[in-house]
Design a protein around this ligand. Sequence first.
Ligand code: SF4
Length: 250
Amino acid sequence: MIAVWFSCGAASAAALKLTIEEYGAENVRAINQPIAEEHKDNRRFCREVAEWCGVEIELYNASKYPSGSCVDVWNHRKAMSFPKGAPCTRHLKIEARQEWEAINSPEWHVMGYTVEEKARHESFVKLERQNLLPILIDAGMTKSDCGDMVRSAGIDLPAIYGLGYPNANCIGCVKATSPTYWNLVRETFPDVFQQRAEQSRRLGVRLARVKGQRIFLDELDPSAKGRPLWTMPPCGLFCEEYTATKGEAA
Ligand code: SF4
């Protein structure tokens, strides 16, 4: 059985389609972890991709956080971001995936790694999972190819892409430090920006980085620019951004 981890991004949609074409729907299970802070259009995309691929996309949240809410995780952990990752990734993505694996014992995994992400794929295989199939890499698929494939099936990409975001992560993703990203959140979702600014100030978390210095969101100049958004990775399922646990609160 091949577990395809569908993130509501274009690449994982293309990966699911290609996996089913190559191995047959009977050998594939598709799983998505719905996160409360994602754009609501991600749910529409999930339904349409399931119909396109002819499979059910199972929804699975970690038993400890059935709400699938990052805000709940941050409040419970009294933290939003650690030097190598975020507690929401740990609890809502990685632990949920591990729970699902313990119950269902998949023999193989598929994620939406494109040819641009070959190094990340190889790193995962080396450090985390040897049974990861390079579906998109073997097919020579770029991120742009994946978007084209989905659109040519008549499916609109998640609305979040149309607003300038590089992936279908949560709105106001706490892994981001770029002023460019946070000012885009401020512009497109001012209420979310305010929520993140308030919660991060309350928890003492400096989410943005300017000239190498971490600052609070409420200190961020609205005209500040930083790293280009395409460098921001999608939310990981395989501990890529969260390898250090030393120093974090229990
Ligand atoms: S997308 Fe960002 S905010 Fe959402 S779970 Fe992943 S790391 Fe957390």
